[in-house]
Design a protein around this ligand. Structure first.
Ligand code: DQA
Length: 147
């Protein structure tokens, strides 16, 4: 099984960007952790990041052919993008939404997510470890779907 881990805008600056909120780990660290936990659980992780909404939509379309699960941190597009929601609605396999910070204890505009309605589950506030939880959970969901 191949899963996509898709990251939205500004997450390329992880580790440098507001470390009091997002921590000191870089996106490269997160990528390596996801690939490793994927391997441990029999999943091939394709890890990507873009600042462009169109690129993220194209990757979701691509996942229709090439992936059996999507873990996505849409970053700010979480709160704005009907287009990403519509793209995710074309994907017939599990979707898990991840946020590094606890969006619910932050500004009110971060409390609503367009993506949560199509997600099997949502992880927020566990720092970058949330990605590891998401990949582990994805492995469980895919194993259950295969039986
Ligand atoms: C985020 C939370 C979003 O509100 C914010 O725009 C981000 C990152 C998180 O991982 O905590 O860029 O998705």
């Amino acid at each position: 099984n191949t899963i996509y881990v898709i990251n939205g805008p500004n997450l390329n600056l992880l580790g440098k960007r507001q470390p009091h909120i997002y921590g000191h780990e870089t996106l490269e660290d997160v990528k390596n952790a996801c690939i490793q936990v994927g391997l441990d659980n029999g999943l091939d992780v394709t890890f990507m990041q873009s600042n462009a909404e169109a690129q993220i939509i194209d990757w979701i379309h691509d996942a229709r052919e090439n992936a059996t699960g999507i873990v996505i941190n849409p970053a700010a597009f979480t709160h704005t993008s009907v287009a990403i929601l519509d793209a995710l609605n074309t994907f017939d396999h599990p979707i898990i939404e991840v946020h590094i910070s606890n969006v619910h204890k932050r500004e009110p505009f971060r409390h609503h997510s367009y993506v949560s309605g199509v997600a099997s589950g949502v992880i927020a506030g566990f720092g970058t470890q949330g990605y590891v939880f998401a990949v582990q959970r994805m492995a469980q969901l895919l194993a259950a779907a295969a039986t």
